[in-house]
Each structure stands twice: as C-alpha cells, then as structure tokens.
Design a protein around this ligand. Sequence first.
Ligand code: LFR
Length: 471
Amino acid sequence: MSGVVAAVDLGATSGRVMLGYVGDGELRLEQVARFPNGPVPGPDGSLRWDFTALYRHIVEGLSEAVRREPGIASIGIDSWAVDYGLVHGGELLGEPFHYRDERTVRGVDAVNAAVPFAELYRRNGLQFLPFNTLYQYAVEERLADAEVSLLIPDLVAFLLTGARSAERTNASTTGLVDVRTGEWDLELAERLGVPASLLPPLVDPGAVLGTLRGEARERIGAAIDVVAVGSHDTASAVVAVPLSTPDAAYISCGTWGLVGVELDEPVVSDEAREANFTNEGGVDGRVRFLHNVTGLWLLSEAVRTWEAEDGAAIDLPALLGEAAAGTGDVPLFDANDARLSAPGDMPARIAAVIAESGTAVPATRAAFARSIVESIAQAFADAVATAGRLTGREVDVIHLVGGGSLNRLLCQATADRSGLPVIAGPVEATALGNVLVQARAHGWFGPDATLEDLRRAVAASTSPERYEPRA
Ligand code: LFR
C-alpha cells in the first residue's frame, strides 16, 4: 500500500515541512517549506523561542503541502526535546524558554537539594543535562498559572487539533518519566513541586491525536489527522538509521551529536551514570542509550560570529575544504565544555579554552574550523567507545545521520579517531523517521511491521557513503 504524509520537523536552527511519499518500494521526501529558528531575546534578558512565528510557518507550510498534495493521509510533528509551553484556557502563557537560558543553573541547585542525583538517575535514567525539563520547572514562575504543560511538538498538535497529550519518547526527556515503566513518576513530580495536573496523558508513536480543527483547518484547507510520531527529533532520527549490524552504533548529528546504541532494556548502572549516558525512550519501547556531544552548534556559532565581523555570508563548504587541506597538529578541546553552550562569540571562547591547556590557538579561520571538527570527532569516538564498554558490545560500525553526514571532514575524522568505518547518511533521517512511523500507522508496511522493516526501507531507498578509518 502507498500514500503520502506530511512531516513537520523543527530543529534548533531551522524548521521544515516535508511531504513523504511511501510505498511500492518508494520512500521519498519533498521539502515544502523551510524557515529559520533560533534563540531570541525575551523579557528580563531571558532567552526564548519565537514560537508564534514557528507556528505561523508551520500552518503556512502545511497549507502549501495540501495545495501540492490534497490527499495527505496525516501530519506528524517532531522537534528538539525538553522545552515546553504552559497553557491556560487554550492560550499559551508567553513564549517558551530556550533550553540555553541560564536560569537552569538555579533549577539544578533546587532539584539537587530535593533529590540526590544518584536517585534521580535510577528513577529516570537520564544523563545530567542542566536544561532537562525538571530543572526548568524548578524555576518556572508561571507553573501555578497553567492548566497543562505541553512539550513543543505536543503544543503544536494541541493548537492544530485541541488534543492535550504527551508523546512518550519526548516525555522521557523531561526527567519525570519512570525509566522502567514508561509512565509519569508522580511521586517524583510531587517531591519536586510539579502538579500532576500539568502532565497530560502519555501516548505512543502511531496513535491518532486528533483532527485539524477551527482556524488551523480553515487555513490548511483540509480535515487531516495528526498522528503521534517519535516526537523527540532524535527518536525519529534513530528510527531511520539503517543499522547494518547488531553491534552498530549511531550518531545523529545536527546542532547536537547524539552518540549511542539502541537497547531493549535501560542501563542505569553507576558506571553509566558516571559516564553521563542517558536512557531516552525510543519508538516501540526501545531505549536510546546515548550521550549528548555538542555538535555543529560550535561551528554554526563560530560562523555566525565571523559573518557578523565581516557583515557578509561565509562560504562554509569552501572553509571546510580549506580546513581539510590543512596540515600539522590540530589543537583539540573538550567539545562539551560548559562555557561553550550559550550563544556568543564562539571563536573567542574556544580560543580561551585552548589557551588554558597551553596549546597554540589556531591562527586562521580554516585552522579554527579544523580544530572544531576534529574536537567534535574525538568526542564522538570517545562516546562510541564508552557506549560499547557500558553495554558489553564490540561496536563494529558507526552510522552517522543528519546534517553532519554531509560534513566530509567530520565523517572521515570520526572514522580515523574511532578506528571504525563510518556510514554517512541519510541526511534527512529525522524527517524520514517521522514519515515512516506515520506510514506504518496507516498499515502501508503491512500489519506487524517492526523497526527493522522500516530500516530496511531506508537502506533500500538511500545510498549512504562509507568512510574507512585511516592509520
Ligand atoms: C537534538 C536534541 C537533543 C536534545 C537537545 C535539546 O535536536 O533534541 O536530543 O538533548 O536537542 O532538546
């Protein structure tokens, strides 16, 4: 069976609306709309998302999608994790905070004082990231004004259909879902002062959330169902990793590099906690056992700074080409250094971090780009090795998907530094995963299709590039 669905895919630097054509051996995406995204200044020096603009772009994109393809069977929505909007009386209480807002520092202190981290890890299985939703809730001033709190993709679905729900893969990133049961940990929520009423019913990928209604339906021009997908972008990306061996590792690389393996059961050992590995919820109850490495954020922030200096756009492929041609020692730094996580003058901050280690700071932009890419690759290689050690797997190949798979320097450096082959692609893994889970819900892959069946469809329809490690 075959058909077409629409995927809304919101990343930290851009959002897209895509059409996904599935069936009869076909799996193909067509981009309908692309719009910029990023942190914007909010009241009192806060860092927010311009959700109002995002939602407008989404509705415009979907109406264009319907114009091109009146027979769209459903819409699926995914985005970055952890961030939320508070809703009262159908209205959003202010623009959502960006996870890079520094208020989370206070939230971490408050949560640590209430629940020791070792206990938290046993309960929710999450690596420490200062912006996990539970830390944000600890300093959320408007919690008491809200009827419900909705994560970004759930918020979009609510505005489109009126449904109030929490899709499970993304809910797992709040820190308030029990890693063993996959249900809200209401006792933990109570200890942290989060009212249970704010946490909507959990739903699984594949469930029909509701049908476009009201103004959204009028503007989009059809009464289409919204179907839950792996609404955490990383969960959707992992669906579309064409895992080629049982011991394969994956890296989903965009703003972040999410490095790990897929498991059937969580690992919440002391070693996993100390290595800061997370057990996020995957589609079909799988576990995304992975570590967050700061990814292309470092490069895109550096480029943003240089473009502001020049008052002109930078030719990134040319810069990376120059970087790849460079010779000599490459100064490495810790890509996950906390000082590199907020927006700002990235080259100056990286220079400061490198200088601290007594190494010479790169003298040119190309050398800087090289240093950034090699440092990310080293962190990728380290995380793959740790994932293998923590799960007792002999990782034999790395699948690198997402925007980073187009960065040849990064793919080769990851192969070289890990000593493992890197299979790069598909670049659009997240949108593909979104489309595939909808298609399966419509029965287009047969009655009992597994994730492995979906991955076979990805492998058959894309041609990833292989990078062998060099001595
Ligand atoms: C990737 C991602 C990561 C999450 C980070 C913040 O886009 O969703 O998985 O840790 O963004 O939400």
